[in-house]
Design a protein. Structure first.
Length: 397
């Protein structure tokens, strides 16, 4: 079965983090702490630990520390508690996502973040968003692993440095986590000449350089996250993007963000695998036709990576969340799984004010042991969507 990394004795302290962040309703005084059906701080599946996004509230005081540097430190300490509960530490982190409400805090975040990864930093993607739950200015989420044999990947001509904040990619057995890449050339750091399409092409070429250094190519990509600072460019991005995937495109999520580091208009992050085609399978729910842009899900052995699904139903945020979750349920079913198999979820809201209403619907799909989850507000979703959700699920082992 899916292994839950957080034992009851640890829940007592960690639930405080979630309560103060506004994630959970307070537990009854007469009962043991419960997760309330919204999220688990961490889920350990086989050798991989999926950590829920952690903001900057102090679990002891329920307050955000004073000063942004202290808030970054608190977010990382909150994550450190989850790692410790799973018998891991920061050296076991292979992939990281950092969410900032103000890109001006990027360098200040880096200064603190670097102290937790003095060498061999994980792959990382950083974006700026309009708002985070609980009033945090920073939220961070991790994927960590028990596997000690790893390869830190850099493109040809790029040498690792002690000052690196992230690795180009981190390969763990058959999985390769690639840091978010913008449109500055990975060697020259210059933007390409030309229109938006040139930026998309350079971004993908930067990712291709990491894939090549790992002995892979675009056919090995199984999950893609695309971040745009202008969602009106969505279709133009698609026209370039699809030329890099001749068959069986990866699962994908695309959202609009406030700003990206380095003033790039686009950033893309990949997960790739060397798993052979027998173990890799594109999942198409009944009645779904292949799409040249994305696959609804890609199954790798016992892991299922789902594309983000956006909601367009009339009737408010509740109707859209239900539409999205029902649609994701169809994909899970087509992949031989259900919501009890979900290890990680990411929820993107067009308005953070919809957070509580979203939770009321979302929690109804998880009867016990909800997945680790990150929820952020984004600048814009596709069309009239107010919510988009993506999941990672795993077989019971």
């Amino acid at each position: 079965m899916i292994i839950r990394c957080l034992h009851r004795v640890f829940l007592v302290s960690l639930v405080a983090i979630l309560l103060t962040a506004g994630f959970l309703a307070p537990p009854s005084q007469s009962s043991a702490p419960r997760l309330g059906g919204i999220l688990s701080p961490g889920i350990l599946v086989a050798d991989a630990l999926y950590c829920a996004g952690q903001g900057s509230r102090n679990p002891k005081t329920g307050e955000h520390p004073e000063g942004f540097d202290a808030q970054v430190k608190q977010s990382l300490e909150n994550l450190g508690a989850v790692l410790k509960a799973a018998g891991l530490d920061f050296s076991d982190v292979v992939n990281s996502n950092v969410y900032l409400t103000d890109i001006k805090n990027f360098q200040a975040m880096n200064k603190v973040y670097k102290t937790y990864f003095p060498s061999n930093p994980p792959a990382r993607t950083t974006i700026a968003v309009p708002a985070l739950p609980g009033g945090s200015q920073v939220e961070i989420t991790f994927i960590a692993t028990r596997k000690k044999e790893r390869h830190y990947i850099f493109p040809e001509g790029v040498k690792p440095s002690p000052n690196d904040l992230y690795s180009g990619g981190v390969e763990v057995r058959d999985m390769l986590y690639i840091s978010g890449q913008g449109s500055r050339h990975y060697k020259t750091k210059e933007f390409p000449q030309g229109d938006f399409e040139a930026h998309v092409k350079q971004t993908l070429e930067n990712l291709g350089a990491v894939l090549k250094a790992a002995g892979m190519d675009f056919s090995n990509v199984v999950k893609s996250n695309v971040y745009l600072t202008d969602m009106s460019l969505f279709q133009r991005m698609n026209e370039v993007y699809k030329t890099y995937f001749k068959t069986d495109p990866p699962a994908r999520t695309t959202v609009g963000v406030t700003t990206l580091p380095g003033e790039t208009p686009i950033e893309i992050a990949f997960i790739a695998t060397k798993t052979n085609s027998v173990a890799k399978k594109v999942i198409l729910p009944k009645g779904t036709k292949p799409n040249p842009i994305l696959s609804p899900a890609v199954r790798l052995g016992g892991t299922l990576l789902l594309s983000g699904k956006a909601g367009f139903a009339e009737g408010g945020i509740e109707a859209q969340v239900k539409e999205v979750m029902d649609g994701l349920g169809d994909v899970l079913k087509a992949g031989g799984m259900d919501f009890s198999n979900v290890a990680e979820g990411k929820v993107y809201l067009a308005d953070i004010q919809d957070y509580s209403k979203m939770n009321e619907v979302y929690r109804s799909y998880f009867k016990v042991d909800p997945p680790a989850r990150t929820c952020i507000a984004v600048q814009k979703l596709v069309g009239t969507a107010r919510v988009e959700i993506t999941l990672v699920a795993a077989d019971q082992i």
